[in-house]
Design a protein. Sequence first.
Length: 197
Amino acid sequence: MSIPATIYVALGATTAAVIAGWVSTTAIIVAKDQKISEFRQKWIDDLRESTASLIGSITMLSGAIHFHADVEPGLTEKERIKAFGQEISRYAPEILPRISKIRLMLHPRENVEVIEKLNKLAVKLEGVAENFRDTKAIESVLQDFEGSIQLLLKKEWERVKSGEPNYQTYKRNSELFPIILFVLVLISVCIAQFVKA
């Protein structure tokens, strides 16, 4: 039994179609995951900016409270409370929206620790109205929050660097594809030669 020469053409066309499909699928997955990584990087940058602004505002508020509470000479207790109220009025419109924005940027199940520390910071800030000399407690909670945000940003940066999970899986599997394709073509040629003989 002889094999017609057209079998090689069909085999070549089929191989080319499989390779073209593999290349186009690879391009689609890479493009999609690259876009996801871009969005993730923007989220990281926005979270970093919002956190830096929040920390800056709270630090400024804490410094102003400390100044009016302990450093500024000649103020009566009533004047200190009034000065403290002015500082709160000055910084609260900056702090509260930033806390809300950061809270909305975090996933409630994935970022539990960061959200808890942010909530603890918000509670401490609310409590400072009653005891405005307690700036050390705010600074301590603020440092804890800053540390947890830094860990979160590092984790997310590592995620961006390594690529999305689908991309990682496809990358591992795509290294095997040319080998498998080569083996299939080799088997097909061997079968064709065997049938020809």
